[in-house]
Each structure stands twice: as C-alpha cells, then as structure tokens.
Design a protein around this ligand. Structure first.
Ligand code: SIN
Length: 554
C-alpha cells in the first residue's frame, strides 16, 4: 500500500485558510459555515452536484412533529445502531437536528407540505414515528443540493471542480497543512498541485464502489478514507457497510450504480412479498417491512435462499397511479425506464451496498486523530450510526456535524495550534519531494476485480473462509502494484486500500451485529464484541485494534 499516491513535488501551489474536499450536504454546509472565519476553498471530484447527496430519495430525519421528541429519535437511532452508537454524538444529532433542518428551509430548501401547510413527514425503517421530511416527493437530496448550491454562489467560497484529492500535506509538527490534488477540469490549473491550508475538512462521501452493485454514484471510491489512512489517521467501524434492502433488481449481472427504491415506499405502505405473494417480513420483526434496514436486508436474503429466488418483490400497486406520480416520481420514472410499472406490477428488489456507517474517526466536533484534519458526512465515523445507520439520519448527520466543525474551527483557527504553514515548510504526507517511495499503485484495470472479490466474499453475507480468501486475493493485487500514475490508478488504489481495510475489520469481528452479518458467527456477542475496531495504516500494514465500550450506554 503506498504511503502517498503522488510523490514528486506538486506543479503548482495555492493558499487558503480552510480547504473542504467534497460537495455533498456535509461539504457544502462546512464550506458555507466556515466562510465567516476565513478564506474557504471547496474542491470536488466532478461537478458540484455529482455526489451522493443529490441521489438521496427518502429524506431527512428530525423530530419536527408536535408529538415527536429528540429523545424518541435518539431511542430509535440507538436501537438501529445495535449497541455501538456514541450516545453523546446521537444526542447532538437529534437535539440540534430540528433547528438544522429549519436553517436549511431558511436557506430556501422547499420541503413537501401537507394541505395544512406543515412539513409533510413520512416513516422509514426503524422509526417508530413519522419523522422524515422530504422534497419533490422522492427527490429530497436534489432539492437540498439545489438550495445549498444557490447559497454557495454569493458566499465567497472559492471552488475547484473536477479535482481528485490525492494526499494530505503535513507540516513539520505532523499537523494537516493542505492537500495535493489532481485537477482534470478545463480553464483551471492542470495536473497535480498543492493547496496549502490551515485546516482540511474531508467530506468526500462514501465508498460503495468497492462493491459491484451499489446505490452510490461512480465517484464514491472511498478517497477520503484512503487518504486518511495514508496520513496516519484512525478509521473505525469499517466492517459496518450497510446494504439497502430494496434496490431495483436488474438481473444477476447488474453492475455499478443501481436505482434505489426508497424506504419511504415501504413507509407509505408497500409490502415485501415473495413470488407466492407471502409477506415474509411478518413474524420476523414487530415492525415487519419497517424494521431497521439490516433486519429487512437479512429477511430478504434469507427468503431468497429459502425459495431459491434471485430477488423479492415490493408491492405498491394499491397506491394507485396518482400517488406513484405525485409522491414517488423519481422511482416511478426509474422503474418505467427499466420496463417495470409499479402501478400494475410489484417491483423486483434485492439488497445492494448503500452506506458506510464507519469511516474516519472524529470527536464530537469533527476533529480526527490528525490535528488540523476534520471529517464530516459519510466519510466520517462520528459515532452516530454504530453498527447500522438509522434510515435518513445521514443527511441530518452531514448537516449537524458540518456545522459543528465550523464552530470548532472558529476556535481552532484562532488558537496557535493552527497557524498557517510558513512557505516551504510543507512536505507531502510523510514524504519529501523526490524521496523514492515506490509507486505501489494498483492499476485501473483491477477495479472490476476488487468489486468482484468484495461482492463475493465481503458483501451482505460473510464468513471466515470467504473473508480469508478476500484478504488473500486483495493482497495479491497489492503485490502486483506498480501501475503508471493517473486518475484510474489513483482511484483504484484508493478502492484497494479501503477494501483491504473493510476485510481486515470484517475478519476480526467474529459475531453478527447490525450490517455485519457473519454466517459462521450468527449471534451478537456483547461480552466479546461490544466495542469498536479501529484501523490505522502503519507502513504498508493495516493494524486493527479493538476498543471495548465497557459499560458505556450506546
Ligand atoms: C431511502 O430513501 O431509502 C434512503 C434513505 C437513507 O439511506 O437513509
């Protein structure tokens, strides 16, 4: 595993106070909120709206209803997280969440309203109440993205699009001092350059592209987690990759980004049935189709095995055409595009990789274990999600914890600990320009192979033999490393690093908990495993240590 993606000295340099990497809800909110405290540069890998946020359908969870409370939201979040949530982080989420959503409305986000004018709320898996605000029916992320991008326009935040972040820069004291990045867009300084900054905020989103089929867009290649590992930061809970229960089934060979069928469809009353029409979630959980999503994903996988079927069915025919058109226009269009009309036939569904509950470990204000490096959104592990994220808590987490980073940065930037690095004092992460580190890059052609390995052996169902095989095959790809530098190899090297870290943690956790499902250890083992697996990269060795929670409420 390379210690840096790009060793030679960068071709150009620019300065700012805060560099934010990523332009989903977390990155945009972090950039907007940090702007009053200094110069902010927002760097994003493709177009500003190309990340996961704009694909979010169901909505954003917050205790907004008169009969709901943050305590109730907290209870549902802890239950979904199966004993591994950080209660203080969840408390921050649920108590600050309602005002954060109101702030978003103040910025111009138009959530759907009931006929009485109140925000319309729906239910999703694991929620005991209607608590999910949505927009455009099932286009919540697109509306949030639109509102935040409109706010960005006159904010004074500088932007670089089409720029793949490579590595963290550190000063001589080991503090984050910027990033190297490769700019691919026209009309911008090209090639590999350096952004020198007093603070770096990672908001790079998810890692779903380590699997063959995922709800994540092409850009979700785990760049932030891989960068953080190379920079010596701690990552936690990586084994908890969440599989969304209901993704449109497009055949056994479907690859890449798959159409999501939102939990909200079940929230509004659609039922999961097998090919005989039996509602197989009844009797598996009190909430049936609205059980937490790990329970529903397992229910679907088990029923597929019991019946030998390649998929299950989601029946929402009773909604009628008008409700499909008004409430779920995006999903209706995606299904019809693939020749399935949910108004007249049940929708074929399977689970697919959806969300990383773990990530770069942070405190309650987004600070990572590397001073000056912050993380928020899906790339972060704030402790909110534990072993399984509660539906629609992710947009809220991005909103709340990005704002918390801005609060922390106001103090941290004023403190001596984050001085601007003197010119010439910044080296590449742990390397001097010109010191040979060996490329160690995994070639772009290995992308499909990594996805095949992860899907076959480290997907929704895991076991010791398969995980051992995944580790061996991934190590083999790493040994062959030595590819030419370039975007494809950099991205695939990130995928390889992240896949290897997921497998290392998944092998270690010998129990079934939340979205980590071990066939050889089918039960939850609180005595041995109520704790976190924390991974660091030391040289080219991934070291994973266990941190028990010992009596802490979670
Ligand atoms: C969905 O709409 O089902 C996705 C919501 C989420 O991932 O929280």
């Amino acid at each position: 595993m390379p210690s840096v993606l790009h060793a030679p000295a960068p071709g150009w340099t620019t300065d700012t106070d805060v560099v934010v990497i990523g332009s989903g809800i977390a990155g945009l909110v972090a950039a907007l909120r940090c702007r009053p405290h200094g110069r902010v540069l927002l760097v994003t890998k493709a177009l500003l709206d190309a990340g996961s946020t704009r694909w979010a359908q169901g909505g954003i969870a917050a205790a907004l209803a008169p009969d709901d409370t943050p305590e109730d939201h907290l209870a549902d979040t802890l239950t979904a997280g199966v004993g591994l949530c950080d209660v203080d982080a969840v408390r921050a989420l649920v108590t600050e969440g309602p005002d954060a959503v109101r702030d978003l409305i103040g910025l111009g986000a138009a959530f759907d309203r009931s006929t009485g004018g109140e925000i319309a709320l729906t239910r999703e898996g694991g929620h005991h109440r209607r608590r999910i605000a949505h927009a455009g029916g099932d286009a919540t992320g697109a509306e949030i993205s639109r509102a935040l991008l409109a706010a960005l326009k006159d904010s004074g935040v500088e932007v670089i699009e089409h720029a793949l972040v490579l590595d963290l820069l550190k000063d001589g004291a080991g503090r984050a001092a910027g990033v190297t990045l490769h700019v691919m867009g026209e009309g911008q300084p090209g090639g590999v350059g350096a952004v020198r900054a007093r603070a770096v905020v990672l908001a790079t989103g998810g890692l779903g592209q380590v699997f063959s089929a995922t709800t994540n867009p092409e850009v979700s290649t785990g760049d932030g987690v891989a960068l953080a590992l190379r920079a010596g930061a701690e990552v936690a809970d990586l084994e908890f990759v969440q599989f969304h229960p209901t993704v449109l089934w497009l055949g056994a060979d479907a690859r890449g980004q798959q159409p999501l069928i939102s939990e909200a469809v079940r929230g509004e009353g659609a039922q999961l049935v097998d090919h005989t029409g039996e509602r197989f979630m009844l009797g598996r959980h009190d909430l049936a189709e609205l059980a937490p999503r790990d329970v529903v994903a397992k229910g679907i996988m088990n029923r597929m095995r019991e019946t030998g079927a390649s998929h299950m069915l989601l029946d929402g025919r009773h909604f009628g055409a008008a409700m499909w058109e008004n409430r779920f226009p995006t999903i209706l269009a995606a299904c019809r595009h693939h020749g399935i009309d949910p108004v007249t036939r049940p929708v074929p569904v399977v689970p697919a990789a959806h969300y990383a509950s773990g990530g770069v470990r942070t405190d309650l204000h987004g600070r990572t274990s590397v001073p000056g490096l912050y993380a928020c959104g899906e790339v972060a592990c704030t402790g909110v999600h534990g072993a399984n994220r509660l539906a629609s808590n992710s947009l809220l987490e991005g909103l709340v914890f990005a704002a918390r980073i801005a609060t922390a940065l106001e103090q941290d930037l004023a403190a001596t600990s984050l001085r601007p690095p003197p010119a010439g004092a910044v080296d590449g992460a742990d390397q001097d320009a010109g010191v040979p580190v060996g490329s160690g890059l995994v070639g772009g052609e290995a992308r499909g192979e990594i996805q095949r390995i992860m899907t076959s052996y480290a997907g929704v169902l895991r076991g010791a033999d398969g995980l051992e095989r995944a580790a061996r095959e991934l190590a083999g790809l790493g040994q062959d490393a030595g590819a030419e530098p370039g975007v494809a190899a950099w991205e695939v090297t990130n995928l390889h690093t992240v896949a290897s870290a997921i497998v290392a943690a998944a092998r270690r956790r010998a129990e079934t908990r939340g979205s980590h499902w071990r066939e050889d250890f089918p039960g939850r083992a609180d005595g041995a495993w109520r704790g976190h697996l924390v991974t660091r990269l030391a040289g080219d060795v991934l070291a994973t240590r266990y941190e028990p929670l010992e009596g802490k409420r979670s």
